[in-house]
Ligand binder design. Structure first.
Ligand code: HXC
Ligand code: NAP
Length: 263
């Protein structure tokens, strides 16, 4: 199914594509033939991400952007269009997160996460969607959520609310833009090994052990496993799938049942 020419002649833009899961997605889409652009704030992430992608044989375009700023987002999309001629695939991957009790969270802390995840995903979808509609050749958008869209997430209320908002945006755009042949989907990962998330959310061996125990498959996911799911969703193999949320979490969000069959 994943032939090396699966995404040939397609142009993909991945936000937050210089690190972690976003980098794995950019790499996977590039390996499958897409031209790849990514956006990020931090110069070091732009440089290191570009170097990693070049090492994989790709020729990426790296654009400095804060997705909270709609003008910067519009400019990023225009740069990608000037460079590669168009955008066929958008992956809303950029995110911010940290642990805080809800009652201790400051308005700025709330705004920082809502701004990156919810507003940023909308600004990017709007800019790329306008381009896709004008071009008339369709396209595909995938947003990276988290498995706690199904449950809420005590300790990260800002991220849980923002990701649930992006889930609703996904379902809404899937219907609104279907007539333009734009498919809009999302993936909802559980614990995935990624240094950025580890710094913010599970910075101790105890936390890592506790989280591993919560996953029925008793392991963490790899960024490449999220990337494979995104590659499937943006490909022709998922041509009739839109408005879908694909959970990638080793069963972590499901209940444990009533009868004690779970270690
Ligand atoms: C409490 C915090 C805080 C913390 C920041 N703030 N970190 N409050 N605990 N650990 C507060 C600040 O005090 C400030 O409020 C406000 O948030 C904005 O902080 P800044 O540092 O000025 O924001 P900024 O530089 O814009 O950075 C945004 C950020 C940062 C979200 C705070 O962490 C970031 O850039 N993160 C990007 C990388 C990241 O988070 N990756 C993890 C994704 S993992 P005051 O009131 O003091 O001004 C993920 C996985 C989830 O999402 C799923 C797991 C299953
Ligand atoms: P990460 O490496 O910290 O990725 C976050 C990326 O977003 C960084 O590259 C960061 O780059 C970029 N970013 C943050 N704020 C930005 C802004 N304002 N403008 C532009 N880019 C911005 O962590 P990750 O684990 O790979 O997370 C990637 C995605 O997976 C996120 O959507 C996250 O919520 C989701 N996810 C992760 C897990 C997990 O277990 N790791 C689980 C579920 C969901 P800059 O700092 O350079 O801007």
């Amino acid at each position: 199914m994943f032939t090396p020419s699966l995404l040939k002649d397609r142009v993909a833009l991945v936000t937050g594509g210089g690190t972690g899961i976003g980098l794995a997605i950019a790499k996977r889409l590039g390996e499958l033939g897409a031209s790849v652009a990514f956006g990020s704030r931090n110069a070091e992430h732009l440089e290191q991400g570009s170097a990693d992608l070049r090492h994989a044989g790709l020729d990426p375009l790296a654009v400095q952007v804060d997705v909270r700023n709609p003008e910067q987002v519009d400019e990023m999309v225009q740069r990608v269009i000037r460079h590669f001629g168009r955008v066929d695939i958008l992956v809303n991957n950029a995110a911010g997160n940290f642990i805080s009790r809800a009652e201790a969270l400051s308005p700025n802390g709330w705004d920082a996460v809502i701004g990156i995840v919810l507003n940023g995903s909308f600004y990017c979808s709007r800019a790329v969607g306008r381009h896709m509609i004008e071009r008339g050749a369709g396209g595909s958008i995938v947003s990276i959520l988290a498995n706690y869209v199904w449950t809420g997430s005590p300790g990260t209320i800002h991220s849980a609310a923002a990701k649930a908002g992006v889930m609703s945006m996904t379902q809404t755009l899937a219907v609104e833009w279907a007539k333009h042949k734009i498919r809009v989907n999302a993936v909802a990962p559980g614990p995935i090994e990624s240094p950025g998330a580890a710094r913010q959310l599970w910075n101790s061996p105890d936390a890592v052990a506790r989280i591993t125990q919560m996953v029925p498959l008793k392991r963490w996911g790899q960024p490449s496993e999220v990337a494979d799911a995104v590659a499937f969703l943006v490909s022709e193999h998922a041509g009739f799938i839109t408005g879908e949320i694909l959970t990638i979490d080793g069963g972590a969000w499901l209940g444990r049942g009533t009868f004690g069959f779970v270690e």
